[in-house]
Design a protein around this ligand. Sequence first.
Ligand code: GLV
Length: 301
Amino acid sequence: MRVLIMQEVSPAGLAELEGHELVRGSDPSGCDGVVCYLIDRIDEAFLATPGLRGLATVSVGLDHIDLAAAERHRIPIAYTPDVLTEATADLTFALLLGAARRLGQSERYLRAGRWQSWSFDLLLGTDVHGKTLGIIGPGRIGRAVARRADGFSMRVLFAGRDRSELERVLAESDFVVVTVPLSESTRHLIGAAELARMKQGAILVNTSRGPVVDEAALAESLASGHLGGAGLDVFENEPHVHPALLACENALMVPHIASATRETRDGMARLACRGLAQILRGERPPNLANPQVWPVEAESR
Ligand code: GLV
């Protein structure tokens, strides 16, 4: 069978597709399966490709795929839950600690040769231990962040879909971490009103998807001194970063690397490619994102 590989995949992943003909590019015509990434837009026209039998995304997020169209065209999708949970929680906590202790500013200060002497009030940050952490999105990654917070003796609050719960968590937390998937109901979930509800000096960390947070409102809150800092792995319009955020010294920002460890990326590539190989063999993969399309009947193709 022919499989379209839309971006480079590590050899560990490709090994799972042994025996298949692999083609590179972005055109699925004539392909049975596809391996894509979160930067590939998988729309209705793509999913309607005649003969297409399955897709794997090397990501846990699915917002780049038109899931309703995948259901209409009965295209099973394999994705990568679980394998990136711990690495993503590590980076989330790294951003939390880094924003609290002003690591970005401190490093820029040192590299610029501005360090003259130890001083009592140089680059003072805020304590993490003993503080309250609000986790918006009590899923796998949110719970993994909570386990780390336990080691820092933090009080942990969770907010799910309930609006009053969200408002309470925003108002009571010293640190707010956002780990929800992006959907129409979570787009700009954190906007000007939600940021205003956060405590003066609180820190926001986003490792979910950029559009969950209104970047312009966040930049305004950081610049005004209401929020004390932010740790951001994701942005509304990647790889473009809002110029107002770039101007905020108290925003610690990294280029969407939460799952970027060698071990985790290999695990993701393996899981995605294995899932696609299973789909193409007619086996239901354990990491099927849209179980409602299974089993796929031959006549629906
Ligand atoms: C990364 O953002 C992912 O969805 O895997």
